[in-house]
Write a protein that binds this ligand. Structure first.
Ligand code: FAD
Length: 485
């Protein structure tokens, strides 16, 4: 395609080239790869608009990437990939409304310190702060708390460049349909260039993690979910053990979490990874590994008081496969009981599936963001995980299949960032506004400039013609690790 570019288009693209040519994109977990034709880093909205026009003229596609943390091919493309790291400036600060307007490539850790310097903070955060703000809202990234929405729901205004090269601003009062769709649009409507985030005055959190039993937590789930502002729990399969983490706002003095090199790094990271490596050959070890990790690291009260973002985030260890869906929160106990019954039944089979810990549960308040799993319902996100010790393959597909079947029968909606098996007709049933989103996508991106394999596979109506020269080729160089099962 490159030879069709005019001289001025070619020199414009070369000016935006990011790093060496021949770049191969790998996501954080190193489970999805692709080789974009061009890897560019725009610095301004004008450059993005020009790139959209070039892409439209030459039948190319564009995919912005944040920090590449999505555990799927969501950000992959074999055409033009846009690294958004240079678009990380602060554009406005309104101390009275407690909002900050930033460019869309800002990473959450940069945002945390920008906010701290201005006496503000995000109301809720997930496990890490590596993501870009646009990447985080693209997939409705969430933390936990019955009264706290996902990150998409904290956006009060945004600017998006659509597939016709038009710069569109939206908010609850300006182009409200676009606003409700674009706040979680998995990159399908256009390139978000700036967002205004509703924050709150900076606060400290007092976090307390305590051991409990699964039956007790599930039998009293409503009490547990409302027992603090932010609550999550981890269940250790093959045991009745649970670690419940609760955090509330406090004005008490800082008392950081005491870190133990022995417990946190040696036992909790290195020894754990080695044990998981061995369990690839001896899967029957997994129940005792889960028990051992609980006993050595989680079977005690752990307490800390610190700046909010330091308390929300935690160490996600090493590469893993993860699947996470949201169900109406009242159904969470039932889902986990069904999952436990299956895991226990498999354990009784000599060649049955053996799984890693944790099964994680988090609560998120309902929103009116069309494609957020929280649309119209307060949810419990339930995540399952299989680590990849030293990047080695682990069998996870049967576990995922059973987990997804359970989530599906309970009205579950998958986390957009994670590999899942929900397609157009399933999503149409799961999301009341799905058809409106599809219609808006057609208007925003008539030439399919933002379509990649993920969007084509999951979002588009089957057989919908996409009018680009790349139609049907999507991402030829996409590769996905194929584990030995
Ligand atoms: C270790 C780890 C921990 C995690 N913890 C959590 C958690 O606690 N809670 C949770 O909900 N999720 C969590 N996630 C998932 C993560 O938040 C999402 O995958 C998020 O989308 C990643 O952001 P990113 O910047 O890396 O986006 P990428 O993965 O780079 O991209 C995601 C999508 O956003 C699009 N995009 C990026 N920039 C733009 C833009 N400017 N305009 C339009 N679209 C854009 C991309 O095209 C792509 O479609 C975790 C992931 C990992 C690996």
């Amino acid at each position: 395609m490159a030879h069709l570019l005019s001289e001025s288009e070619r020199s414009f693209i070369e000016r935006l080239q990011y790093g060496a040519k021949g770049f191969e994109f790998k996501n954080w977990a190193n489970t999805f790869h692709c080789k974009p034709l061009y890897y560019l880093a725009p610095e301004t909205e004008c450059e993005i608009i020009e790139l959209v026009r070039i892409a439209a003229r030459h039948g190319l596609t564009l995919k912005p990437v944040g920090s590449g943390h999505s555990p799927s091919d969501l950000a992959c493309t074999d055409s033009i990939m846009l690294n958004m790291d240079k678009m990380n400036r602060i554009l406005a600060h309104d101390p009275y409304a407690c909002t900050l307007t930033v460019e869309a490539g800002v990473r959450l850790h940069q945002l945390n310190s920008m906010l701290e310097q201005r006496g503000m903070a995000l109301s809720s955060l997930g496990s890490i702060s590596d993501q870009s703000i646009a990447g985080a809202i693209a997939t409705a990234t969430h933390g936990t708390g019955m009264a706290f929405g996902d990150m998409s729901s904290t956006i009060t205004h945004l600017v998006i460049i659509d597939g016709t090269g038009r710069r569109r601003e939206c908010s609850a009062t300006v182009d409200p349909d676009l606003f409700d769709a674009a706040r979680c649009s998995i990159g399908a409507l256009g390139i978000i260039t700036q967002v205004t985030i509703q924050c709150e005055p900076a606060f400290k959190l007092h976090a307390v993690q305590t051991p409990d039993t699964l039956d007790h937590v599930l039998n009293t789930l409503s009490d547990v979910a409302f027992s603090a502002e932010h609550v999550r729990f981890w269940w250790f399969p093959y045991t009745d053990n649970v670690a419940v983490w609760r955090a509330n706002r406090t004005t008490q003095p800082i008392q950081p979490r005491a870190k133990s090199l022995w417990r946190d790094r040696l036992v909790g990271y290195h020894y754990y990874q080695l044990r998981l490596l061995k369990s690839r050959l001896v899967p029957d070890d997994l129940p005792s590994i889960n028990q051992e990790q609980f006993s050595s690291r989680f079977n005690r009260r752990i307490e800390s008081i610190d700046d909010s973002y330091k308390v929300f985030n935690f160490d996600c260890l090493f590469s893993h496969h993860v699947n996470e869906w949201a169900v109406p929160w009242e159904k969470a106990a039932d889902v986990i009981r069904q999952l436990r019954a299956w895991i226990n039944a498999e354990e009784r089979k000599p060649d049955g599936v053996r799984v890693h810990f944790p099964v994680q549960a988090r609560f998120v308040k309902e929103s009116n963001v069309w494609l957020s799993p929280t649309y119209g319902q307060t949810v419990c996100y339930i995540a399952v995980i299989m680590y990849r010790p030293y990047h080695r393959a682990v069998p996870y597909k049967k576990y995922w299949r059973v987990y997804e079947d359970i989530m599906r029968t309970q009205g579950g909606r998958p986390h957009w960032a994670k590999a899942h098996k929900m397609y157009y007709y399933d999503l149409k049933k799961a999301y009341p506004k799905f058809d409106d989103f599809i219609k808006l996508r057609g208007e925003c991106d008539p030439n399919g400039i933002f379509v990649n394999d993920y969007i084509r596979r999951h979002i588009l109506p089957p057989n919908e013609p996409i009018l680009t020269a790349n139609s049907g080729s999507g991402s030829r160089s996409l590769t996905c690790e194929k584990p030995r099962l």
